[in-house]
Design a protein around this ligand. Sequence first.
Ligand SMILES: [Fe+2]
Ligand SMILES: [Fe+2]
Length: 476
Amino acid sequence: MTTPDYAEKIPNNVSLHEDRRLQRALESWQPDFLSWWRDMGPTLPTQDVYLRTAIDVRGEGWAQFGHVPMSEYRWGIFLAERDPGRRIAFGQHKGEPAWQKVPGEYRAELQRLIVIQGDTEPASVEQQRNLGATAPSLYDLRNLFQVNVEEGRHLWAMVYLLHAYFGREGREEAADLLRRNSGSADSPRILGAFNEETPDWLSFFMFTYFTDRDGKYQLGTLKESAFDPLSRTCEFMLKEEAHHMMVGTTGVDRVVERTAQVMAENDTDDVAARGAIPLSVIQKYLNFHYSVSLDLFGGETSTNVANYYTAGLKGRWMEERRKDDHLLTSDSIMVDALVDGQLGQAEVLALTGLNTDLRRAYIADCEGGVKRWNRILESAGLPQRLALPHPAFNRRVGAFAAIEVSPAGQVLQAAEWEQNKGTWLPTDTDKAFVRSLMRPVLERGKIAAWLAPPRGAPKGGGINGQPFDYDYVHLA
Ligand SMILES: [Fe+2]
Ligand SMILES: [Fe+2]
């Protein structure tokens, strides 16, 4: 393992200085990245932000905290340490040493996988760029910016792989990652959920809970890759991703907590007049973000994904903990399917059903969030509960894309769907209401009325042991 080189123009632990060509190529991409950040990154002007910067991948010392002007954030290239004995854990190359170079026969597929992952990273920065102007507290503002700079770093991680291992085509793809933009009519981001807007903080918390969590599962499968640099990159990204999960999980916690508090105090569901977000609106946002995130896992069956697995490019979630042959050539799995127009199941080869396998792990994880939020309602003495909608609800990808289904899992006629969808998905009125609550609270230690402070505030509850009322952001 090389010691991290933090004095370089591009901080890294991949001995960039030993490869002048690669270093020059990345140094010429760097100004394009910075101008993308200026044009498409956070819009709220700040002097500096209390940020965590990755400076190494080892031990506890990998994260350094301090007030940093965002434009001077040191985006770097950090891969988890190399295990020289690492062997491929699955597929037809199982047991062989992990690849340090890209095998010619898998070049196109690996490049595609990296580009798709890479495209999501800057996309979320673009989606979230205007949120700073309506931050509910300095603490939340800081967390938003932390997520943003780290998504920027994740873009660097993918661009490093493209530049280092995929030659001219890789460099072109790296340039295109800055050319596509979220929601653009001409050159949108690759995946649907990354072209949706994140116009308010409830959406942001739902996004970091549900959509960033999809990212966690995708990174988990790439971490298993036989292509060792990809595996090591994703392993370190997952470490950073944990903070994004925390922002989403506790963000929704705090919205629910505040709503529950106002409901219990006033003995009413109608908390809107009191400046909190009604539970029914929270449920609609949850329905939306969960269903579009389920789409990100692709169709129930996929021969591409089967081939990726067999080739060793992309594994399963927790591949090494699975107690099977890691080849799956003779196994089968039941997947969701449309049977005579009704919700049903079909048996398919385990290999072709890998998207289903991953989506199920994700769904189980999401159930954990709902349980948490329901415990908050329960401790407030309220009978209401939140729920995940049926996996067939509001889907645009996969077996249920062609039908409409209620959150409870009832197949609907088009007219019934049209009539009821406003009770299940955020309406323009709901969105306008949520937006009306989004007034910035940027005074130290203060917080918006629709959101509870983090646990432990005001003395604790902050980042890196700081109190909630710390000066996390100095505005310009
Ligand atoms: Fe990311
Ligand atoms: Fe993330």
